[in-house]
Write a protein that binds this ligand. Structure first.
Ligand SMILES: [Zn+2]
Length: 306
């Protein structure tokens, strides 16, 4: 029966591809960092379940990059396992969540940290040997950056960069403060600001990608397992879909050759598109690429800072 609709679909494709500003080719995958700690976050199990439910409702497969330090040691391992049980990939985000760009943290210590987390997560059915660098920092020196790249190549590991970075962790902190104070109206307004922030950062990195790569890649966005995303993820997905984004799995998105590139920047890291732009000496790149300082003024103007 589907062939009956084919001519119309072909017509739509012809019309849309003729437009230079066609946004509908944009694809996006969701990745989540850290994991919940049931000991310090009494609602950890509930928030974790909300995230998984939103993904399931929208039939999305994501990747979780847990860090043992953010799970309270092994306290949150069961919650990590629930992601794997639902078919989401689980990667590695180190044991201690320390930055490779910290001059006091050596390459050898970083490798030991990655191996410790690998031991904790590698038996999960959907474990994938990909590392999400803490803070997206890939080293403060060429020796550390390249030394770890050699380690990954020798150990069957891949880096799991993001193309779209944002400050969800900051919005979640503000959101949580209003929820805690019982001000659900302000919490809801923060949520709306947050969704606009994600769409805006996605548009920015999409534009930067077109300048750097000459094409629109399969994007991977960095989000965190936090209270705000538990409350907002379904709305976030709906907002991206409404803007013409197609949601894909992280597994599919990481097939994009973009993610195998090794940008030559120091300190190394940030969004891989940002890093490639930096390596090309593209002007007007702020550093850090994303931070709370960029978000605070608009929340302050809106009277939403607690
Ligand atoms: Zn993290």
């Amino acid at each position: 029966m589907a062939f009956r609709f084919l001519p119309l679909r072909l017509l739509a494709v012809a019309v849309l591809t003729a437009s230079t500003s066609w946004a509908y080719a944009q694809t996006l995958a969701f990745s989540f960092d850290d994991g919940f700690n049931p000991t310090t976050q009494p609602q950890a199990a509930q928030w974790n379940a909300q995230l998984l439910e939103s993904l399931q409702q929208h039939k999305i497969k994501a990747t979780l990059f847990p860090s043992l330090a953010r799970l309270g040691g092994t306290d949150g391992l069961e919650l990590v396992a629930s992601w794997s049980a639902q078919g989401h990939w689980v990667g590695n985000h180190t044991a201690s969540h320390k930055s490779l760009a910290d001059p006091a943290f050596t390459l050898e210590e970083f490798i030991a940290d990655v191996e410790l987390a690998d031991t904790a997560f590698k038996d999960l059915p959907t474990f994938t040997p990909m590392l999400r660098f803490p803070y997206l920092k890939e080293g403060d020196t060429a020796a550390k950056r390249d030394g770890f790249r050699l380690w990954m190549a020798a150990h069957g590991y891949k880096s799991a960069p993001v193309s779209i970075d944002a400050s969800d962790w900051y919005y979640s902190r503000i959101f949580a403060a209003h929820v805690e104070a019982g001000d659900s109206a302000k919490a809801e307004r923060v949520k709306q600001h947050y969704i606009r922030h994600l769409l805006e950062r996605a548009r920015y990195y999409e534009q930067l990608a077109k300048e750097v790569l000459g094409r629109s890649p399969a994007h991977v966005i960095l989000l965190h397992t936090n209270q705000l995303n538990a409350a907002a993820l379904s709305d976030v997905i709906a907002a991206f879909t409404a803007e013409g984004w197609t949601i894909t799995s992280t597994e599919a998105a990481f097939q994009d050759p973009l993610y195998a590139q090794l940008p030559d920047t120091l300190p190394a890291g940030e969004s891989i598109i940002w890093a490639l732009a930096k390596a090309q000496n593209m002007p007007n790149l702020r550093y850090p690429a994303e931070d709370s300082v960029y978000e605070e003024p608009s929340l302050k103007d809106a009277g939403l800072l607690p």
